[in-house]
Design a protein around this ligand. Sequence first.
Ligand code: PLP
Length: 386
Amino acid sequence: MRRIYMDANATTPLLPEVVDAMRPWLLENFGNASSIHQHGQRARAAVEHARESVARLVNCRESEIVFTSGGTESDNMALFGLVKPGDHVITSSIEHHAVLHAAERLRDRGIEVTFLPVAREGAVDLDDVRRALRPNTQLISVMMANNETGVIQPVEEIGRIAHEADVWFHTDAVQAAGKINIDVQAIGCDLLSVSGHKMHAPQGTGVLYVRRGIRIEPLFFGGAHERQRRAGTENVAGIVGLGRAAELAYGALRNGSMDRVAAMRDLLERGILERVEECSVNGAGAARVPNTTNLQFENLEGEALVIALDLKGLAVSGGSACMSGATEPSHVLTAMGLVTNRARGSLRFSLTKLNTEEEIDTALELVPAAVSRLRELAPVNVGTLG
Ligand code: PLP
């Protein structure tokens, strides 16, 4: 069976060009980028070349790029690196757990945290941001694009509010990188997180942009790597892969590849809405990244649909997460006001430029068939799931 992958927001496959760039650094070329001999100098040059490529993707200086182990580390560094007990932080209720759980830890350490609500369409309201500001607010952290719905948050406006209030602004751009243009100058953010594996680079690679002049407290202590901001020998092969992926993402945003992804997503979304009754799009009215659609199927257990589609060779993900052994509805969808059974009946399809129109056609056969079979077999009682 040929498998179809539509779960890019979970992780993306490495592009062949990325593997080619990394290969020498996994085989014949090795070196510690801090060593002064030739092995070290070559590794250093490769790391700095990757830094240039990433800086170009987000429009910043090379010195403002800190390589990390991924989105989670970048988010944690941003949240823990600038605040102290007694400070106030504003974030949103739809952040990834890398921000949400870090913010909860801040609270345990004596930092006040406000979790902003979102409107039905899944975006933060700017008036809520303004109203949440306090004299002791130090940091606002609101994501650029949501991982479950793809809804783009008004980050440029939030950047302006933060600037006027003299508050730092961090944005988690993990689900935006490679999908939409990122310009840290236009956003006006002080910190921005990127993860390699959401843009065809290896898992375990990432970046935190830190605006020049900001002194951020590191998470790790050790050597003076990354201008004393992130101790630890650089993952040269991973960083080279991330740099190459950033170059390809930069190109894809300019050569029409992402427009093609948007067209496939729209075809898939429209096709399912036409073929399946009692189905709607979560976040339909909001601006969304081009690759994501989150669909709500009434009277259906989403997890059962994920499994049924997987058995047919189509990989997607559901609107619930397994927490402590129980299936919990997604915190993002519930924050958007969906009742439990509607959140549980939601599925995320997320594409890359590697998907094809034939795969969309196949999905348009598989999804309606699986939905009607499941609805016949085990109709979900709306009344009991609440
Ligand atoms: N932030 C967002 C919005 C994400 O979607 C993810 C991963 O799903 C992360 C952060 C964490 O990134 P990583 O998997 O690189 O730790």
